[in-house]
Design a protein around this ligand. Structure first.
Ligand code: CMC
Length: 435
């Protein structure tokens, strides 16, 4: 036995003075309610990375990582990807139920009313270097929206909250498209309410103001599918960031900007861009064994991007849908992307390798989404921006949900391991050193 101290943590049916309640959800593991751990026992719970921590109660999305299950408000992701569309999914996430035809009509009309950007917002884009990464632009522009709608919204008012949520979903395609067209030096097209949500994103990204743009329905459907698959994923890093920022009562546009910043990292939404860079670096099927060896080498920081997931330890149900979509779109366009061949072979080899089997590392949603977006013509630095457009539906749904929570500001504690009390030497004089 080492010299660590241990406490007995028993789960029991009996109630005694030191008992902590166990809370059952509707699906998934139960949770020990440790809210009184400190006040009653003077102890903190230590869980860096939140591997065993339920940070909130939520009824939006359920993930069973061992079985490869993802449900939005109870509906399996595969069924939504096949039968629904992104706007309906956004409504479902926000409101908890699928819309009636009248509700859908009203929701579409609200998105159509709010999908333009204030013309002054367009001047923000010009402040960025033309080679700025679209995610950097999106963090800035979405944050800037808080300056436009701060005084006219009261987050205690449910109608104001709903309007803010709809504004965010509605404006995101134009913000994403403009962050690309600005860097390309092209004038920005406006949304046109004759198009559906995904078609609008396509025409604003790829159309020019001086000519008609014919939306390809196969590409619009594939993009809609990508948006559905990325719309929410329970308490991931960016959603938790939004919830933490929102717990202080911060402006919703500022909270979503914080979520975009968190999403950008290569371990999270930035992985789709990183996957494509990795596939290009591998370059040919012959180089795959070298890449696998590098991924397994503990002295090499290289990881197989698009592989592994904090929650999925079986398969990511989104990756199967997206792989199929990638194949459909490439066939439809008559394209043959050698990167798809490398990706499929890489997957095949990795899934037979003991290292990946032991650690339960499977392709995640990002493994094929980059190939699909590239086939559709999206430049690599726009991949995560498309993810951000989709995830906005999830972020605003969590933002709306937490307005009903009563625990106040989120304030994690820490296990302090720094210096104990010491005193500043009285004789010491701080000196300002000028060079
Ligand atoms: N390639 C090689 N080894 C890996 C990989 C990988 N992609 N992912 C995890 N491992 C190894 C890791 O080195 C560790 O090995 P060991 O036990 O010998 O130290 C073990 O597997 C467990 O890894 P971990 O870092 O503790 O796992 P995690 O749950 O903290 O990380 C992850 C999950 C997604 C950050 C990680 O798998 C990763 O970095 N994957 C590549 C990036 C990626 O594709 N991210 C997208 C995630 S899905 C979209 C999203 O949610 O945004």
């Amino acid at each position: 036995m080492d010299d660590k101290k241990y406490v007995n943590a028993q789960i029991t049916d009996k109630l005694d003075e030191s008992s902590l309640p166990v809370l059952d959800g509707t699906l998934g593991p139960a949770a020990v309610d440790i809210q009184t751990l400190y006040s009653r026992h003077g102890l903190l719970a230590y869980d860096p990375g939140f591997r065993s921590t339920a940070s909130c109660k939520s009824s939006i999305t359920f993930v069973d990582g061992d079985k490869g299950v993802l449900l939005y408000r109870g509906y399996p992701i595969e069924e939504l990807a096949e039968h629904s569309d992104f706007v309906e999914v956004a409504y479902l996430l926000m409101h908890g139920e699928l819309p009636t035809p009248a509700q859908r009509h009203e929701f579409d009309a609200a998105i159509g009313m709010h999908n333009l950007l204030h013309e002054q917002i367009m001047t923000f884009f010009r402040g960025f270097r033309r080679d700025a990464h679209p995610m950097a632009v999106m963090v800035g522009v979405v944050g800037a929206l808080s300056a436009f709608y701060h005084d006219v919204m009261d987050i205690r008012n449910p109608e104001d909250r709903l309007r803010a949520a709809i504004r965010l979903i509605a404006k995101m395609p134009m913000i994403a498209a403009a962050s690309f067209t600005y860097s390309a030096g092209r004038p920005q097209r406006y949304p046109n309410n004759k198009y559906d949500y995904s078609s609008n994103l396509l025409q604003m990204m790829f159309g020019a103001p001086n000519q008609e743009y014919a939306v390809d329905p196969v590409l619009a459907r594939a993009l809609d599918c990508i948006l559905i698959l990325h719309a929410d994923h329970e308490q991931n890093a960016s959603t938790s960031t939004v919830r933490l920022a929102a717990s202080s009562g911060a402006n919703p546009f500022a909270c979503i900007a914080a979520g975009i910043a968190s999403l950008w990292g290569p371990a999270h939404g930035g992985a789709n861009e990183a996957v494509l860079k990795m596939l290009m670096e591998i370059g040919s099927v012959e180089n795959i064994p070298k890449a696998i060896a590098r991924a397994k080498d503990k002295n090499d920081s290289f990881r197989l991007m698009g592989f592994g997931h904090r929650i999925y330890k079986n398969f990511d149900p989104r990756s199967r849908v997206i792989q199929q979509q990638a194949k459909n779109v490439l066939t439809h366009l008559g394209k043959n992307d050698p990167l798809l061949d490398i990706a499929m072979r890489l997957e095949e080899i990795a899934l037979k390798d003991e290292y990946f089997i032991e650690r339960k590392l499977y392709p995640n949603v990002d493994f094929y989404s980059g190939i699909l977006l590239r086939a559709m013509g999206f430049p690599m630095n726009m991949f995560t921006a498309v993810f951000a457009v989709a995830r906005t539906a999830g972020w605003v749904s969590h933002w709306l949900e937490l307005q009903h929570e009563s625990h106040g500001i989120d304030r994690p504690r820490q296990l302090y391991v720094g210096s104990t009390l010491r005193h500043y030497p009285g004789e010491r004089q701080p000196k300002l050193v000028r060079k």
